[in-house]
Design a protein around this ligand. Structure first.
Ligand code: ADP
Length: 159
């Protein structure tokens, strides 16, 4: 069985991410959710907050670990002996960028494979940015993030 890395900014983790994590944990021996430190986006949650939140919501999955990474993802995978990168695909719009990333990563390190999992159609519209935008405008984010995160995300906007 292979070890997989599921990378992202998780700012914050959504039910769409969690669905991918749960399904991947049923396929792979071990799944490491790798929270990107060096994201070009200016995050709402600090790296420490994102790690703590992800740890909290994956605690029921014994083969899911949480870590951070900085720099090249494929180098991180090599260091951790992981041979698979998991990516979620929501819409055709995700495809072009992910195809480019998977191709360059394959060129950089040939024995790390990128595998794509289709979003659960329930979450095909869902992104962290959308959650932040709705919360910022005082909209309801229930069902978009795990229930325990609703007050935490709203709290960031003093709601
Ligand atoms: P976002 O795109 O929401 O800002 P990330 O950069 O943290 O989130 O994305 C990490 C990974 O999770 C990417 O592979 C992305 O395609 C995937 N992902 C994000 N949202 C969903 C969703 N609703 N369903 C399936 N995969 C998703």
């Amino acid at each position: 069985m292979a070890k997989a890395v599921y990378p992202g900014s998780f700012d914050p983790i959504t039910n769409g991410h969690l669905d991918i994590i749960k399904r991947a944990s049923e396929i792979f021996e071990e799944v490491t959710v790798a929270v990107a430190i060096n994201s070009s986006k200016e995050p709402l949650f600090t790296i420490e907050e994102r790690i703590e939140i992800v740890k909290r919501v994956v605690q029921d999955y014994p083969n899911v670990k949480v870590d951070t990474f900085n720099g090249l993802l494929v180098e991180y995978c090599k260091d951790k002996d992981a041979n698979v990168i998991i990516k979620g695909l929501r819409a055709v719009s995700d495809f072009e960028y992910e195809f480019q990333m998977a191709s360059i990563n394959k060129k950089l390190v040939d024995d790390v494979e990128t595998l794509f999992m289709m979003t659960n159609t329930k979450y095909s519209y869902l992104s962290s940015s959308l959650v932040k935008e709705i919360a910022r405008l005082n909209g309801c984010i229930k069902d978009l993030v795990p229930d325990e995160l609703v007050p935490i995300v709203r709290g960031k906007f003093n709601l």
